[in-house]
Design a protein around this ligand. Sequence first.
Ligand code: UDP
Ligand code: MG
Length: 337
Amino acid sequence: MPGPYAWPMPHARHTPDLSIVIPMFNEEAVLPLLVDRLRPVTEGMLTDGVVTAYEVLAVDDGSTDATPVVLQRLRREWPQLRVVRLRANAGHQAALTAGLDRARGAYIATLDADLQDPPEAVRQMLVAARAEGADVVYGVRTDRSTDSRFKRWTAGLFYRTQRALSGVEAPLDAGDFRLMSRATVDAVRALPEHHRVLRFVIPALGFPSTEVGYRREERAAGESKYPLSKMLRLSIDAITGFSLAPLRFATWLGLLGGLAALGILTFAVGSRLAGHTLPGWTSTVVVVSAVGAVQLLALGILGEYVGRMYAVMQGRPSYSVAHDSLEDASSQDQTRT
Ligand code: UDP
Ligand code: MG
């Protein structure tokens, strides 16, 4: 008779050597193409003995198109494909976090669904990590010519500002394509921070790292899920997550505004004494609006930080999992025993 110890332990049974986490939001068009490119890579690693087991963890970030249906269909032919469905669209970074929280692998790679990150490089990353004993392998874009001029320009500005403000040496032109060791993922997960921007949090850990260069390709199908508003949100999270410089900027601006007001005051008193009877309307409006603008800016900057603290204090999860296909599999196992 099987005792209580005969219960299967679904999470401990097979620790895969590699988890590949792929956040996706409305990616029905690109999914079949992704599988066609990715599966040969993972199967190749199996046959060459680079890994003995792997999982591909698709995080469906609340897609409203046929993505969940396509994933379910793909799962029937690809047992290593695991699907975690989020209840609502949580955003790219939160979907990545969901994937990292659930991935079981000894190494965890993250890549975009749209084939802009070549799946073949994952194998190179794993080999590099083992050979060099690195905890993190960054995918670094050697060629961004396929990104739009606007995207390249804003990305360049963003990385440089971020570097200057935070002092964190994040590799330039590294997005969210990277491979991490279990220790790295556990360290990231232990951070209480909400809205963490992984591409800066991970370099800030300072773990041994190396790089693998790759050519950024064109999105294989579908449209970008990163409108300007999401890009701005990411930049603000990254900057306020790492630096108090904007708060100081507010102080300086306030000081400058004060000095300017003093100057204008002197001028106004001077011209009054000199007997110039100006209507004074223009100067009043200018001063009031200038001071008002500075105050609003300072308040806004303050608000960003207060908002971050508020989010951490609320302790609300940044995503909610509706369904994990791994749990289906284990419940089936339990009914079988
Ligand atoms: N993504 C996501 N949730 C979102 C937005 C995007 O999971 O709310 C995924 C998207 O499906 C893709 C990756 O994040 O796999 C990067 O998005 P995208 O390729 O649209 O961004 P871009 O390359 O244009 O910056
Ligand atoms: Mg993309």
